[in-house]
Unconditional design. Structure first.
Length: 55
C-alpha cells in the first residue's frame, strides 16, 4: 500500500526543512566568524611574542 502526500504536506515538510537549514546556516556562519576572529587574535599574540623575543 502506498501513501501519497498532498501538496500541503509536501510544502509543509519543505518549509520545515528550509527553516532548519536556515538556522543551521546561521549557526555555522557565526561559528566561522568566531573561529576567524580567534585565529586573528592568535596570530597577533604570536607576532607580539616574536617581537618581544627578537628585540
Amino acid at each position: 500500500m502506498r501513501t501519497y502526500l498532498t501538496n500541503e504536506q509536501t510544502n509543509s515538510e519543505e518549509n520545515e526543512r528550509l527553516e532548519s537549514l536556515e538556522k543551521e546556516n546561521h549557526m555555522l556562519n557565526a561559528k566561522n566568524k568566531s573561529l576567524s576572529e580567534r585565529a586573528d587574535f592568535m596570530e597577533e599574540c604570536i607576532a607580539e611574542m616574536a617581537m618581544q623575543l627578537y628585540s
